[in-house]
Every structure is written in C-alpha cells, then in structure tokens.
Design a protein around this ligand. Structure first.
Ligand code: UDP
Length: 372
C-alpha cells in the first residue's frame, strides 16, 4: 500500500489521500489482507510492516520550485521499487501516489507484481501521461467516482476497473447515533484553494446574511498565525487576494486546520457543509464525513457531488451560484438522521474494503490470465 512521502498515515489534520489509506487499511486487515505500508517514518497506522525512506512527511517541500523537489517522490518510490525487487512476498501493489507512482509501477516490467493505482484527483491533470498511458497488461487504475473517470482520457479509461467511492470510519454505526445539536453557522471544510471556492462562499455569506466558518490549511500553513502576508504560493495568493477581504472575524471566519474531535464537533454542529465548487470535485471525503456526522451538504452540483448527495434527501444541489445561497439558508429542511442513515449504508470503511478486495482479485486473475 503505497501512500507516498508527503504526510504520515493517518495525517494530523489535513491529508486527503493519507486519510483514505488510514480508512482502508484496518478493514482490509480484518478481511485477512496483510499490508506493507510504504509511507514516512512517523506513520502510526497499525500495519503488518512499515516501509519508509523519509523519517517524516515532506509536504512542506511541495511549495518549493520543481528543480529543488523533483527527487522527493522519486526517492520514496526508489525505496518501494528496491523492496519489490528484493522480496517475493508482495502479491499486489496498491499505489496512491500522483503521476509518478503510476509511471513507476508501469515501468517495473513483467516480473513485478500486478498493481492497482487509485486516481484521487482531477483527471484533466497530466494529459501527456494519462493520454498515452500504457500499463503493460499489469497495471490497472480505479477512480473515486464515476464522474471523475468519465472525464479521463481514453487511454487511461482503458485501464480502469471502475470506481470506488470514498468512505469514513465516522459512517460505521452512524445510523445509531442521535441527531447532533446544530449551531448557527455553515462550514466549508478543506484546503483553501480556488477549486473549493471559499471566496464565493464568503461573498455569499455577506450578501445573503449567514455565518460561515472556513476550516483548512492555506498551502503548508495550518493556522492563521503562521501565514505570512507575503507567502509566495498560489493558495496563499488566492487566500490573500480573494478570500481574506471577506474574512471579518464575525460573518466569515478562517480558523485554520482542525482535526480529531474538534473537526468532528465542528462538522456535526454546522447547519450544513457548503461546497461552492469551482472544479469537478473528484472524490469528496468531506462530503461523506459530513453526511456521517449528520450534516447536510449544500453544493454546486459539480464532479462527484450528484453521486454522493441525494438531492433533497441528504443535501441540496444546484448549478447556480446565487441559488446556492438560498439553499444554504434552507438547509434545515434536510433531516440529519437521513444523512447519517445514508452514510451508514453507503460510506463505511468495511464496504470500501470489500470493493477493493474484489478489485484486487479481479486484477490478479486478469494479470495471471494475460501472463499465461
Ligand atoms: N480536513 C481536516 N481538517 C481541516 C480540513 C480538512 O481534517 O481543517 C480533512 C477533511 O476532513 C478530509 C480531508 O482533510 O478528510 C480532505 O479531503 P477531501 O477529499 O475533502 O479534499 P482534497 O483536499 O483531498 O481535495
């Protein structure tokens, strides 16, 4: 299970892919899968074995120029490849490392184990890699939503074994928990970045008169006190230019990264989680978490949102920016119990793990057949 060199598994606070891995591995092990985790040394997830090149997460390096950091993921993958060469007890590689993970497993040659690479991001990225991708009969990919895969270049789609929706441990038993008490605010949970549309949400909060909390990091800066006013990265520029002018500390507040119980309480107490998306959200962990915590999702109907949110039942969707604000004000017509029941039915880690075990079997059978 290759989680990459960026953050430990589980992550402390923000960490999309690392959270997915932390959610998937425990139920896989319950199903009898032995897991060697390739991650950084500070990863604390119980596994059969931890393989690491870096003692701690390299996320901060992502903000530096390419020529300074292009060896980071490669050094991690070099360690993974060496392990795959030295040992013969790995039956299958499940890779989660963007672009370079896919290219590396595809380059391994016919003697390497079969591989499944999970695509976690917007597949309009990396057109040159995906547009001509050749997995050599040994590498398959899966998406995290049908809408994400539908946008993939043909060569990548030809390697697809389908999609597996994201899951959250919060969904397990969610249908047996009481409805949460609601506060008076809406919440946007996620990286502060143009695709998540915090600027739009913040503008609508002032225009239509609702209180909005923004939770999440700006690039590598986890807390407002850490963010320099001249920080030189695209998300910091977005924050300073487009979001900060709306952040008045009352109507709209940015509270930085939240994690653990604090995050769960914040989500559960929100009238709705708002998603004023400016991109095609590929998988939306925040969506399944919100539903599991009994919080409806009010969103622009982009990417995976229509697959995850049952419009009118577990959330409210629209294509129109102004209507989004009206729906945000009407979020209390959704019953939190319906959100929790739907999450318990569709988004548990056990269900996700069963789907992945099916894909692992499919890939192994397929690869063995094509080798024969
Ligand atoms: N997250 C968090 N604290 C924050 C902001 C985000 O724990 O302050 C978590 C969030 O709950 C989710 C993950 O980070 O589990 C973000 O994953 P998602 O798929 O929603 O977004 P991505 O950043 O991967 O596009």
């Amino acid at each position: 299970m290759n989680a990459g060199p960026w953050l430990p598994v589980p992550p402390r606070g923000y960490g999309g892919i690392e959270n997915v891995v932390a959610t998937l591995v425990p139920p896989l092990r319950e199903l009898g899968v032995e897991v060697v985790l390739a991650s950084v040394g500070t990863s604390a997830l119980p596994v059969d074995e931890l393989l690491s090149v870096y003692p701690d997460g390299q996320f901060g390096a992502l903000q530096r120029p390419y020529n300074q950091v292009c060896g980071v993921a490669q050094a991690h993958l070099h360690g993974v490849v060496r392990a795959l060469r030295e040992r013969d007890d790995i039956d299958l590689v499940h890779d989660h490392v963007e672009a370079v993970g896919l290219a590396t497993v595809a380059a391994l040659g016919p003697d390497a184990p079969p591989a499944l690479h999970t695509l976690h991001w917007d597949l309009a990225k990396h057109p040159d890699l995906y547009g001509g991708f050749d997995g050599g009969g040994r590498v398959r990919v899966n998406g995290v939503s049908a809408s994400q895969l539908a946008r993939a270049p043909e060569a990548l789609r030809a390697h697809s074994v389908g999609h597996v929706h994201l899951a959250t441990p919060l969904a397990t038993g969610a249908d047996r928990r009481p409805r949460p008490a609601k506060g008076g605010y809406l919440l946007i949970l996620g990286r502060i970045t143009p695709g998540k549309g915090q600027d739009l949400g913040a503008r609508l909060a002032h225009q239509y008169g609702f209180d909005l909390i923004l939770a999440g990091p700006v690039g590598p800066y986890r807390d407002p006190a850490d963010l320099p006013s001249d920080a030189d990265n695209p998300d910091a520029r977005y924050f300073h230019e487009k979001v900060a002018p709306h952040v008045d500390g009352q109507r709209v507040r940015w509270i930085g990264t939240v994690h653990g119980q604090e995050r769960d309480d914040l989500v559960a107490g929100a009238k709705a989680v708002l998603a004023p998306l400016r991109w095609e959200e590929p998988g939306g962990t925040f969506v399944v978490e919100s539903l599991a915590l009994g919080t409806p999702v009010v969103a622009l109907a982009r990417g995976c949102l229509p697959e995850l949110v049952d419009d009118g039942h577990t959330g409210l969707l629209t294509d129109d920016e102004d209507e989004l604000a009206e729906l945000a004000l009407a979020a209390d017509k959704i019953d939190p119990a319906d959100c929790m029941a739907e999450a318990a039915r569709r988004f548990t880690p056990a269900r996700m793990a069963m789907r992945y075990v099916e894909l692992y079997s499919l890939i192994r059978d397929h690869v063995f057949m094509s080798i024969r």
